[in-house]
Design a protein around this ligand. Structure first.
Ligand code: MEV
Length: 326
């Protein structure tokens, strides 16, 4: 049996604008998705996701047969099937498979849960079928197929960070640059509200269609913020980085993707001493990130809790996808 795991992510700057142009700055976080894959007699793919109480079998014709959870739950397992089929297609190896998924990443909350599952699936199934590890580039491309099923036309930022880990400056069409981050003292605040990245990207797209000049100007400003934030981060200027995060949150609000819950956590974190705070990911629910120096961490975590959120212990990690035989 093969086990693979891949990290979730937090976007520091550049969500939404990265779908159009300009860079985003993204960090891998040490919450991981785990996949176990093995061959199984018979046709099709059996998938078990005990965290969400779902398991079922997709037969060779793609029909879903539920084992646990209703027949409508095929949707939550389908991205895993699509990634496994893409790996089989590329490797020209068609087998029956059993796949189990478990994840530490809260799903549908902007922390890259679906990408981490897709990346770990691509790596595990790829290794199982070929007997050797696929290149990281191949894993990343195969995982993108699953991401397209979940999110429509995502920028690719999530599957990249989950594959490579660390800190990335990512720009659609131009690729990514991995860079070193010594220490970045972040606190994530979880609103507990799930949302759909695809729906939020579509919401911004509709706003852009109605007010092109205005939204283009906002996106240009966000791209500049990401560039400046990247320089501040590399230069170790956390105070400046925090201010840029605050400005970016204002622009994300202007695009209509913040919520009262997120704003409450953000203002609470800032008042308790955070150097900067903003939503992270697509917004509409999900999470915030606050940049918080050591002496203020307890106070900011408590302020997030009092504002109705859940502070998450999730640090930065350099470790991307990992695969092992078990
Ligand atoms: C989602 O993690 C980030 C967005 O920019 C969408 C994307 O880049 O695909 C909102």
């Amino acid at each position: 049996m093969i086990h693979a795991s891949a990290p979730g992510k937090a976007i520091l700057l550049g969500e939404h604008s990265v779908v159009y142009r300009g860079p985003a700055i993204v960090l891998a976080i040490d919450l991981r998705a785990h996949i176990w894959a093995e061959e199984r007699e018979g046709d099709g793919i059996w998938i078990e996701a005990p965290d969400i109480g779902v398991s079922g079998h997709f037969d060779a014709r793609g029909r879903y047969h539920p084992i646990r959870g209703g027949s409508e739950r095929w949707r939550s397992l389908n991205p895993i099937r699509v990634v496994a089929l893409e790996a089989m297609r590329r490797l020209e190896a068609h087998r029956g498979l059993r796949i189990r998924v478990e994840s530490e990443i809260p799903p549908a909350e902007g922390l890259g849960s679906s990408a981490a599952i897709a990346v770990a699936t691509a790596a595990a199934v790829g290794r199982l079928l070929s007997g050797e590890e696929l290149s990281l580039g191949e894993v990343c491309e195969i995982a993108y197929e699953g991401e397209r099923i979940v999110h429509g036309t995502p920028s690719g930022i999530d599957n990249h960070i989950s594959t490579y880990g660390g800190a990335l400056r990512y720009e659609r069409g131009r690729g990514f640059e991995r860079f070193k981050v010594e220490e970045l003292p972040l606190i994530i605040g979880d609103s507990g509200r799930r949302r759909s990245t695809g729906a939020l990207v579509a919401k911004v797209r509709r706003l852009w269609e109605r007010h092109r000049e205005v939204v283009d100007a906002i996106i240009d400003a966000m791209a500049t913020l990401s560039e400046e934030g990247y320089k501040a981060l590399r230069g170790g200027d956390l105070k400046r980085l925090g201010e840029l995060m605050d400005i970016d949150h204002g622009l994300l609000s202007a695009l209509g993707v913040s919520t009262p819950e997120l704003d409450r956590m953000i203002y609470a974190a800032r008042s308790a001493g955070a150097l900067g705070a903003k939503l992270t990911g697509a917004g509409g629910g999900g999470c915030i990130i606050a940049l918080v120096e050591q002496p203020d961490r307890g106070r900011v975590a408590e302020a997030i809790r009092r504002a109705g959120g859940r502070p998450l212990r999730a640090g930065f990690t350099d470790i991307g996808v990992e695969v092992e035989e078990v």
